[in-house]
Design a protein around this ligand. Structure first.
Ligand code: FES
Length: 134
């Protein structure tokens, strides 16, 4: 039996390309929080920085801080999000931090004007409604 990391397990079984929405719409916000029916721990951030998209788990690997609310900075050519709770930073491309913490990232592709995120099939990514009023 393979003894892969948690990241490998998330990618291993049933990850499919999920259409998230139009690139033109999703590029208007620096970060879009995508929810999972499995609960908050499975939510995903979709970042758009300088026209490029990145997806990673929305809850910080340290103690669950909301990464969608974090600052984004570029240092030495590396785009990083800084967790608003304790300021750990994570590479938007790899999820690596300067510590042993690893934020899970997901593949993103643009196709026919839409953004797709490769995500396990048992999760359903949907944008939060912009307006939840009835
Ligand atoms: Fe993110 Fe602590 S919860 S750095």
């Amino acid at each position: 039996m393979a003894s892969g990391s948690a990241d490998e397990e998330k990618n291993a079984v049933g990850a499919l390309w999920r259409r998230i929405g139009p690139t033109s719409e999703l590029s208007k916000q620096r970060c879009r929080l995508m929810y999972s029916p499995l609960g908050r721990d499975a939510d995903v951030c979709l970042f758009c920085v300088k026209g490029e998209f990145f997806a990673m788990d929305a809850r910080c690997a340290h103690s669950g801080g909301p990464l969608c609310e974090g600052d984004i900075e570029e240092a030495d050519g590396v785009l990083q999000v800084f967790c608003p709770w304790h300021d750990y930073n994570f590479d938007l491309r790899t999820g690596k931090s300067g510590t042993t913490l690893q934020q899970h990232v997901y593949e993103v592709k643009l196709e026919d004007g839409d953004v797709y995120v490769k995500h396990p099939s048992h999760l359903s990514l949907k944008p939060f409604p912009a307006d939840q009023s009835a």
